[in-house]
Design a protein around this ligand. Sequence first.
Ligand code: DSN
Length: 412
Amino acid sequence: MNYNNLEEKDNDILEIINRETKRQQEELELIASENYMSLAVLETLASPLANKYSEGYSGKRYYGGNHIIDEIENLAISRAKELFSAEHVNVQSLSGSPANLAVYSAFLEPGDKVLALRLDHGGHLTHGHSVNFSGKLYDFVHYGLNDEGYVDMEEVERLAKEHKPKMIVTGFSAYSRDFNWQAFRKIADEIGAILFADISHIAGLVAAKVIENPIPICDVVSTTTHKTLRGPRGAIIMCKEEFAKAIDKAVFPGTQGGPHNNMTAAKAVAFKEALSEDFKEYSKQVVKNAQVLSKEFLALGYDVVSGGTDNHMFILDLTPKNMAGKEAEKALEYVGISVSRSTIPNDPRPPFNPSGLRLGTPAITTRGMKEDDMKQLADLMNEAIINFDNEDKLNSIKEEVKRIAQNFPLKY
Ligand code: DSN
């Protein structure tokens, strides 16, 4: 990319940007929540749209001069509606956590009961963890995974009937299997609960119709826009028309001020990209790559939670290798492969150094990697993990990672 003006004004920051860009070029990204946005999305983020304050919604702003910004927001909304078959979309959410805060505040009063997936079984901090606003404000009860590593629907039903939560949360940040949205709908209807899906991880796969669309089934759905959806960092909230006013009020003025219009426009660009045939092919490849990679690790003697994956990620259980997540993450970081350590269900190890790694394929698939590349990648990662204390070996793996990354260049 061209940074002529920055070069003139601030070489300190430019030098750091260049080093980070080089790192992204030369290393491989297997963090399940990361991706590489297109140059078109990136250019839009850097546009003067960022200068404008636009509190309010199209046609009803609290600042003058917003008639063109209204066009941006309307276009983003109409594209998101088409992409997800949504009745109503709010495109102003700044990120996943503020989006979830807005959803809760639209439907709940402090102290209300909510049922969600526990964090250490694949849920998210904003799904009621005690250190997060969600766990402090609302009374969360948690369901988990069964011994096979799948969401335990019997437990969901039992807890729903026992606690009668006002809301049931579906969705996750570390779970590799399809959710049975209809089964959740049935349980929610039986107790009169609001059904909320956080599809931040799988939104791109939903948009590409690789995964069943929960939006027509749930009352409200939030998603970030930068993971499998491959857009700018940010989020949107989708809901049934009957909840539109409550959601919009909860976003602004309830929990946010002015929207970031450059980000709204970049979301619109990403939605257009996601409506293309290319994006459907990309999304299918993301899942194929994750499935092949998980099989390769099983063949190398690792365990995989639930034995495989239906989406873009899986949780590698390092127990058979007698390794801990933090050490494996560190060895992989050394050789230029970014991953995030993860708990496995009922992990005997502490959360800061758990037994697993969460691996995802959205970013390496954007670079153009295919099934054949997964075997080589699994072999290299295994070598790095088992040689975590052998610096010479790690250095030679690092060179190999750099060589592979250079074969799949980024366009930045
Ligand atoms: N940080 C995101 C993830 O890695 O899943 C969720 O907040």
